[in-house]
Design a protein around this ligand. Structure first.
Ligand code: DSN
Length: 405
């Protein structure tokens, strides 16, 4: 083992310890099963397989064809989709592929704005989405912080986009995909739903599925779905060809077969009864946080949550910016991310909010009383203006860490 290899493994060990000893509340993270880890780190990484099952540009693909076919079939079954492409390396690439498949440079797209919970690939000026296409945005209602479908319809009628995008990185309420599809058909637009955050809830019918309503559904596979770090596209059969062509050779070369194998295992795990129980616990656990924040008068965007995340306002309600809060909590081994809130008066580097998710710690066995305590602990830490680390809070963190699987 050379020095570089030793160094890298040493750092991986440290990261492993950090993950083990941390209260992980980043809403987009999770902990995969040992089988998923094993497939993802397997010899499949040695194989090139440009193309699709039985239509490859390389020899020696008979086994990887079997793996990709299993993954495709499971993805279709899990989400009741007509067609699945399991090759996107990430959610961003899944989105990029849909745009390439249906848009020409300069075409108009309507998507949720970043401050209201949208994603960079939904038209940020520095993302290829915003650079190549003419993105317009809708936000959330100024008073309720909820999606206002009548307002979205009004904007859609003004913009007349070719594609409407919905789905979010930071929206804690149920999204009405049927209403979005009605708006899209009224203005003659296609509909794409990026369900990355809620895919696990959709897979278990705990959030309404976008699949019957959207022309295209994109997702990551590593958030509530609890699979490997990767992407997925679902669509109607009539779009299968243009989607497959947009992924390869449109934006990607060889698929990562080791990750596709891990995705197949993930989809299989999602069909087990225990996965439904897990998703129900995610929801119950976030409700426990919601209750604690309510009791402590910590302001939550839209007043609470119907899914796996809750977005809290910290600048006005606790007197600390999101960036400072993130740093302060990290000192106590609580990992969160700062997040802009709708109509934020602070820049995204500071931000007024924190986004907290329950998927990862639910995977590690925490229950409602633990999440209730975590929300109280976060509130205590953020209200405490002392610069010294507080031993009592450290003890409370340790009590939670000690319970983790
Ligand atoms: N970065 C992811 C998130 O945290 O929501 C979205 O891609």
């Amino acid at each position: 083992m050379n020095e570089i290899t030793k160094e890298i493994f040493k750092i991986i060990k440290k990261e492993q310890k950090r993950q083990k000893d941390t209260i992980e509340l980043i809403a987009s993270e999770n902990f995969v099963s040992k089988d998923i880890l094993k497939a993802n780190g397997s010899i499949l990484t040695n194989k090139y397989a440009e193309g699709y099952p039985s239509k490859r540009y390389y020899g020696g693909c008979k086994y990887v064809d079997q793996i990709e076919t299993i993954a495709i079939n499971l993805a279709k079954e899990l989400f009741s989709a007509e067609h699945a492409n399991v090759q996107p390396h990430s959610g961003s690439q899944a989105n990029q592929a849909v745009y390439l498949a249906v848009l020409k440079p300069g075409d108009k797209v309507l998507a949720l704005d970043l401050n209201s919970g949208g994603h960079l690939t939904h038209g940020h000026s520095l993302s290829s989405s915003g650079l190549l296409y003419e993105f317009h945005s809708y936000g959330v209602n100024k008073d309720t912080f909820l999606l206002d479908y009548d307002e979205i319809e009004k904007i859609a009628l003004e913009v007349m986009p070719k594609l409407i995008v919905t789905g979010a990185s930071n929206y804690s309420r149920i999204i009405d995909f049927k209403r979005f599809s009605e708006i899209a058909s009224k203005v003659g637009a296609l509909l794409m739903v990026d369900m990355a955050h809620i895919a696990g809830l959709v897979a278990t019918s705990l959030h309404p599925s976008p699949v019957p309503y959207a022309d295209f559904v994109t997702s990551t596979t590593h958030k509530t779905l609890r699979g490997p770090r990767s992407g997925l596209i679902l669509c109607k059969e009539k779009y299968a060809k243009i989607i497959d062509r947009a992924v390869f050779p449109g934006i990607q070369g060889g698929p990562h077969i080791q990750t596709i194998a891990a995705k197949a295992i993930c989809f299989g795990e999602c069909m087990e009864e225990s996965f439904i129980t897990y998703q129900k616990r995610i929801l119950a656990n976030i409700k426990a946080m919601e209750k604690a924040f309510n009791n402590r008068n910590v302001s939550m965007i839209s007043g609470g949550s119907d899914n796996h995340l809750v977005s809290i306002e910290v600048y006005k309600s606790l007197g600390i910016t999101g960036a400072e809060a993130e740093k302060k909590l990290e000192k106590y081994n609580i990992t969160v991310n700062k997040n802009s809130i709708p109509y934020d008066t602070l820049p995204p580097t500071k931000a007024s909010g924190l986004r907290l998710g329950s998927a990862a710690m639910t995977s590690r066995g925490l229950e409602e009383n633990d999440f209730y305590e975590i929300a109280n602990l976060i509130t205590d830490i953020l209200l405490d203006k002392s610069l010294e680390l507080n031993k009592a809070y450290q003890e409370r963190v340790k009590n939670i860490i000690d319970k983790l699987y």
